[in-house]
Design a protein around this ligand. Sequence first.
Ligand SMILES: Cc1cc2nc3c(=O)[nH]c(=O)nc-3n(C[C@H](O)[C@H](O)[C@H](O)COP(=O)(O)OP(=O)(O)OC[C@H]3O[C@@H](n4cnc5c(N)ncnc54)[C@H](O)[C@@H]3O)c2cc1C
Length: 390
Amino acid sequence: MQFSEFGVSDDQKALCQSVRDLCARFPETYWRGLEKTSAYPTEFIKALTEGGFLAAMIPEEYGGLGMGVVEGGLILEEINRSGGNSAPGHAQMYIMGTLLRHGSQEQKDAYLPEIAAGKLRLQAFGVTEPDAGSDTLSITTRAERKGAKYIVNGRKVFISRVEYSDLMLLLARTTPKEQVSKRTEGLSVMLVDLRQAVGNGLEVNPIETMVNHHACELVFDNLEVPCENLIGEEGQGFRYILSSMNAERILVASESIGDGRYFVEKAIQYANQRKVFGKPIGQNQGIQYPIARAYAAVESARLMRDKAALMFDAGENPGEQANLSKLLGAEAAWQAANMCMDTHGGYGMAVEYNIERKFREARLFMVAPITNNMVLNYLSQNVLGLPRSL
Ligand SMILES: Cc1cc2nc3c(=O)[nH]c(=O)nc-3n(C[C@H](O)[C@H](O)[C@H](O)COP(=O)(O)OP(=O)(O)OC[C@H]3O[C@@H](n4cnc5c(N)ncnc54)[C@H](O)[C@@H]3O)c2cc1C
């Protein structure tokens, strides 16, 4: 079926087509094959990098395509819609914003052209800790300044793609929580060169999860990070991370929308073709209505994502719209995933049909990079003016 392309310019349509062409070289058998050994999609990420797609949002002066979140979102949406998975490459798009907006000129000159050229991978983002969880302001991983270095000690959990990245953006505490005047201060962001760090103060322990996502536990034991790797001002890291979160929410919502479109398309195809009781199952309204409802949910989420992305690229602060996109996108994809499973009957669970893999992947976005409950907290308290629960 043909989804609406309302509001998509001819250039953006051409961009989507080139992503579709690239994805056609990596069919679902490719993604399924990776699962057997929990392998990273190295060839796919290489092709995506060579095509310039991972550098879409890097300004042209640094060798990128100089596009906005609108285009970044369309790229990720098309990948997920094709049956693929953007997650092994998506972080480079949104982590880069922190470097771009808050990094020094020297840092931008040193890293961005290399990232744009595909010589340097910035795929890892280290925030979550076992004892803090969603309460980011309670992280305790400590970066203590000693001369020209920070000495980092602590633990992170579920940090993705560390094994397949050269750099990691790390959020760590530079001032103990008890000593800060404002609870949002005392955290700093710094770039960790994983090529030097692993085995020299940084231990990486892969965590097996229900998705092929390469998440790891990290143990920092006196890891040395040069002070020149600090992004922006010491103690202001939480503010910097927050400022890139709108882009993260919009891009992740785009992946969910891509998943949703995949499920709707697969379900329509199967409902038209599968015959039971002498007629296509799609003739039963018990099959039709859930497909139509999922379609409606995905298309509505897409409208909110479009609004958020346009506002972001216009320089506005779309906190509300970015959070709404993330919530609506994740929920619509999950609704579509369940619908697609039901439409396929037992075959939805057969690995060779791919639905169960996409089902697991779509579920992740209800939880990460932020749980939907935390999005609801944001909307309740920051948008609707309800009393704070935390
Ligand atoms: C596969 C995978 C990859 C990941 N990759 C990364 C990564 O690359 N980098 C990174 O930093 N993190 C990563 N994460 C971590 C992810 O961001 C966290 O799992 C997520 O933010 C939730 O934290 P938690 O798991 O500790 O849940 P908790 O914070 O323990 O929450 C558990 C449940 O309680 C609810 N809850 C908690 N507090 C409240 C409240 N005040 N109000 C309402 N409900 C509440 C939550 O919504 C959730 O449903 C990844 C996670 C997974 C599973």
